[in-house]
Design a protein around this ligand. Structure first.
Ligand code: T3D
Length: 257
């Protein structure tokens, strides 16, 4: 399959969709696919007409993680480390720090680094048929692509430990109860619910959202004092934006945006 077909890109009404497109292997990630996703994210960040990014999967799976058949023979430990450093870390970092809001639209299984992709997004809209697997332990690997960073922060360290040590399949209902999922929908409604959320984000003030994302992302690593200082600095930036002026004027003068 040509590299450009492995991730389909579609931009409509401010929404950049990135559709993982290797359905016969549940959209398992090979190196060229990771590169294409990375490039697409970089382009979406720079494109002023894009206000929201949606990552979705074609077929019955969202993403089964690293393509385990990509390497015909077992890689040396050094080569695996290099692969993670060269492909996964840049991709997940780009997605995590994307200044535009990101949504994972999950219709089926999200396993290994595929689950990490979903966790790195700001929102997870999931079908009741979605499944989450910290599959790494099942093949004797440790979680990567940020899973050990995201999970304890999102669901608490006890559950993170359980999921990552056992490598069990977690169904959408369990993930929903733990707050991992933003919206849980019937499978047939997934596309519509995702688009509705994306459309709301397109209408929201872009510059403000980028600043909010920065504050929330940094809060996990900052002390109380550092976070208050950051909020104060970001507020100064926000107060100088057109988004703020327009919205304040509309409120004060009871006008339209
Ligand atoms: O080198 C590095 O950079 C290290 C980085 C690692 C990051 C990681 O993501 S490690 C984790 C890798 N992922 C996995 O271990 C998951 C492997 N897959 C599974 O455990 C199962 O397929 C699922 C639980 C995800 C789904 O099970 P099921 O029964 O719904 O589907 P299936 O029949 O197993 O899969 C359907 C097809 O997809 C099948 O192909 P076939 O037999 O019809 O020709 C299967 O082999 C293929 N497939 C599924 N996952 C992968 C895959 N092919 C390649 N790589 C996969 N990860």
């Amino acid at each position: 399959m040509p590299e450009e077909d492995s991730v389909l890109l579609r931009e409509t009404e401010g929404i950049q969709e990135m559709i993982l497109n290797r359905p016969s292997v549940l959209n398992a990630l090979n190196s060229s696919m990771i590169r294409r996703l990375f490039d697409a994210l970089e382009a979406a960040e720079k494109n002023p007409t894009v206000h929201c990014v949606v990552v979705a999967g074609n077929g019955k799976g969202f993403c089964a993680g690293q393509d385990l058949k990509e390497f015909t023979e077992a890689l040396s430990p050094h080569a695996v480390e290099e692969h993670v450093a060269r492909y996964y870390n840049p991709l997940i970092t780009r997605l995590y720090y994307c200044p535009k809001p990101t949504i994972a639209s999950i219709q089926g299984v999200a396993a290994g680094a595929g689950m990490s992709l979903a966790l790195a997004c700001d929102f997870r809209v999931a079908s009741t048929e979605a499944k989450f697997i910290q599959a790494f332990v099942n093949i004797g690997l440790v979680p990567d692509s940020g899973s050990t960073y995201f999970l304890p922060r999102m669901i608490g360290s006890a559950k993170a430990m359980e999921w990552t040590l056992l490598g069990d399949t977690v169904d959408a209902q369990q993930a929903w109860q733990l707050g991992l999922i933003t919206s849980l929908t019937a499978p047939a409604d997934l596309g519509q619910v995702t688009r509705r959320l994306a459309a709301r984000l397109v209408e929201a003030p872009s510059s403000t959202m980028a600043l909010i994302k920065k504050a929330i992302r940094q809060s996990g690593d900052n002390s109380w004092e550092q976070q208050l200082t950051l909020e104060q600095q970001l507020q100064q930036v926000a107060a100088g934006t057109t988004d703020h002026r327009r919205r304040l004027d509309a409120f004060v003068h009871k006008g339209k945006l």
